[in-house]
Unconditional design. Structure first.
Length: 105
């Protein structure tokens, strides 16, 4: 997923993983990004599912390092790769990779 420096020049609804600090000192606090990376498929199934209060996203953007982990979910949801973009030569976080992939429905 993109970091907070990313942007788009179109007025569309978007959803990003959050990673707010634990300002209320909740003892077992885990931010959304950490929950996602603990089990990407579980998170995607809970966030991107059919139902009265759930969303079906037209696009899902992520680092290509997650591609194999979520391949079954993407296939079941009829997502396919619509673009790949270079991200960085220097990876500063184990969650990142050099390429970002956009999946479309």
């Amino acid at each position: 997923m993109f970091d907070s420096c990313s942007h788009i020049h179109t007025n569309i609804t978007m959803r990003f993983l959050t990673c707010e600090p634990n300002l209320t000192n909740i003892s077992d606090y885990v931010d959304e990004a950490d929950r996602f990376y603990e089990d990407p498929v579980k998170w995607l199934k809970s966030e991107v599912t059919r139902g009265p209060n759930k969303r079906i996203y037209s696009h899902i953007v992520m680092f290509d390092s997650l591609e194999n982990q979520v391949a079954g979910f993407l296939k079941a949801g009829k997502y396919s790769i619509c673009s790949r973009h270079f991200h960085s030569h220097f990876i500063t976080d184990s969650r990142q990779s050099k390429t970002i992939v956009t999946f479309c429905r």
